[in-house]
Design a protein around this ligand. Structure first.
Ligand code: DI6
Ligand code: FE
Length: 408
């Protein structure tokens, strides 16, 4: 049976489109058929067949925007690292804590020890928080398992979050996140397994949408990342990379060489890296909350990225170590305040550009005919108002694939 059309109304509707300035449509209507948008535009131009739906809209809001897309999170983990937060406040650095066996290793111990259901329960709370502030698509990485079974367990939990909450989940395999202590003397063997048998089996189980790595002096080097990228490419999997967060390892250029979807963080990105990303069409994923919480002072080269036409996206990087943040909207606000993005850049960054960074295709992340019906009703006058206020809740209804998945 064909789905019946349903209609939403809004005082204003904001959307971005590729190659065009964003639009803020006054007195807007949005029609959904099944899982897709059938019309998004001025109510005055609504096709006649749907005009009578205006008498009984599903809901009427002050503002409708596309659903937010959080394209970089580590939201599946067990335990807490509040103790490390206190140690950093007392002067310890992220690298000091890692060298003492804390950091990622602490989350790995807790995550390995947790059952799949325990992990799911903890992760669902965090995913619900993201969702309550407007997220309809979330990327979730492994990387706190660092052995075949625990990596697969994390990715299974990620998949279950999508089915439990009715939001879109894209997974990334991140076994090259940190070298587990028990492999210290057998580093090459670990890398071989992580790039080979473990990745192949997680992929065979349908758990891997993309492959990521942490290229950093305290994690993995260019040769190791190259090996992973070659394996992933052989499996036809898209790539992304944690690059230039704490130092310049020329990771963005490596990611670009492999046609990666995104290079993420980028505080220490240099001009060659910017040029390589521009040539490859690799998205620059900005992560202002980790910058803030690490008290970093080196800013990503925003002006150079803008000048080169590199699409910039914004993500939460929700993780227990460097970015315990439960709101992408707050990350967007920080991207404006700390990195100097405009409000429009931050919104494009968490919708259209984030969709590209997940390989979701041109239509995702914008409100237009045939796009997925992923949108948010907000109690706000404008997109700017949603970044200007910190810490409040403004989302009234979250719609993903045409289904109302959360209400305030
Ligand atoms: N993303 C990461 O993967 C690392 N830093 C970052 O911003 C480590 C996260 C962690 O400490 O658990
Ligand atoms: Fe990360």
């Amino acid at each position: 049976m064909a789905a019946l059309p349903r209609l939403w109304l809004a005082d204003r509707m904001w959307t971005a489109r590729w190659g065009q300035a964003a639009t803020l449509i006054e007195d807007a209507a949005l029609v959904v058929l099944g899982e897709q948008i059938a019309y998004a535009g001025p109510r005055a131009a609504l096709p006649a067949a749907w005009v009578e739906l205006c008498a009984a809209p599903v809901a009427q809001a002050r503002l409708i925007t596309p659903g937010l897309i959080d394209a970089h999170t580590h939201l599946v983990f067990a335990g807490s690292r509040a103790d490390e937060y206190e140690q950093r406040l007392a002067g310890a650095s992220y690298a000091d804590i890692a060298a003492r066996g804390g950091g990622i290793a602490a989350s790995v111990r807790a995550t390995r020890a947790a059952s799949e259901d325990e992990l799911l329960a903890a992760a669902l709370q965090r995913a619900r928080a993201l969702m309550a502030d407007g997220v309809t698509t979330v990327e979730i990485k492994s990387g706190y398992g660092l052995e075949a079974a625990a990596e697969a367990k994390m990715l299974r939990v990620a998949r279950r979050i999508g089915s439990e909450l009715g939001i879109r989940v894209r997974t990334s395999y991140l076994a090259l996140h940190a070298l587990p202590g028990e492999w210290r003397e057998r580093r090459a063997e670990y890398v071989d397994l992580a790039c080979g048998a473990w990745l192949a089996s997680a992929h065979a189980e349908g758990l891997v949408d993309a492959v990521d790595a942490y290229l950093e002096h305290l994690a993995f080097d260019r040769h190791e990342v190259r090996k992973l990228f070659e394996s992933a490419r052989a499996l036809g999997l898209p790539l992304k990379l944690h690059a230039e967060q704490l130092s310049n390892q020329h990771g963005a250029a490596l990611a670009a060489e492999f046609g990666a979807l995104s290079a993420d963080h980028l505080e220490y990105l240099d001009a060659d890296g910017v040029a390589a990303m521009a040539r490859a069409g690799t998205v620059a994923m900005l992560i202002p909350a980790a910058y803030l919480l690490l008290k970093e002072t080196q800013l990503p080269p925003i002006a150079a990225l803008r000048q080169a036409g590199v699409p910039m996206a914004v993500a939460s990087d929700l993780n227990p170590g460097t970015s315990p943040i439960l709101s992408l909207r707050l990350a967007m606000s920080l991207a404006c305040t700390l990195f100097g993005l405009t409000v429009e850049e931050a919104w494009r960054g968490a919708t259209l550009h984030a969709a590209r960074a997940l390989g979701l295709g041109e239509a995702t992340g914008c409100l237009q005919t045939s796009a997925p019906a992923d949108f948010v009703l907000w109690d706000a006058a404008s997109p700017a108002e949603l970044l200007y206020w910190l810490g409040d809740r403004r989302a009234q209804q979250i719609v993903c694939a045409g289904r109302i998945v959360a209400v305030a």
